[in-house]
Design a protein around this ligand. Structure first.
Ligand SMILES: [Zn+2]
Length: 56
């Protein structure tokens, strides 16, 4: 299962979200796990794995 990272604009902390690609496409309600804000944006600076990019 891929891990998506979101960065919070309020406290600048990263929140990791583990979800399926299908769930993400449907739209996630992501909240910052530090401060509870939903003012978050997906962060691509340290991508661990992507569902659409098989390595083998
Ligand atoms: Zn926050």
């Amino acid at each position: 299962m891929p891990v998506y990272e979101y960065i919070c604009h309020e406290c600048k902390k990263l929140t990791e979200v583990k979800t399926s690609y299908e769930e993400k496409e449907k739209g996630l309600d992501v909240k910052c796990e530090q401060c509870g804000s939903n003012n978050v944006k997906q962060y691509f600076g340290n991508m661990i794995v992507t569902a659409n990019f098989p390595l083998h």
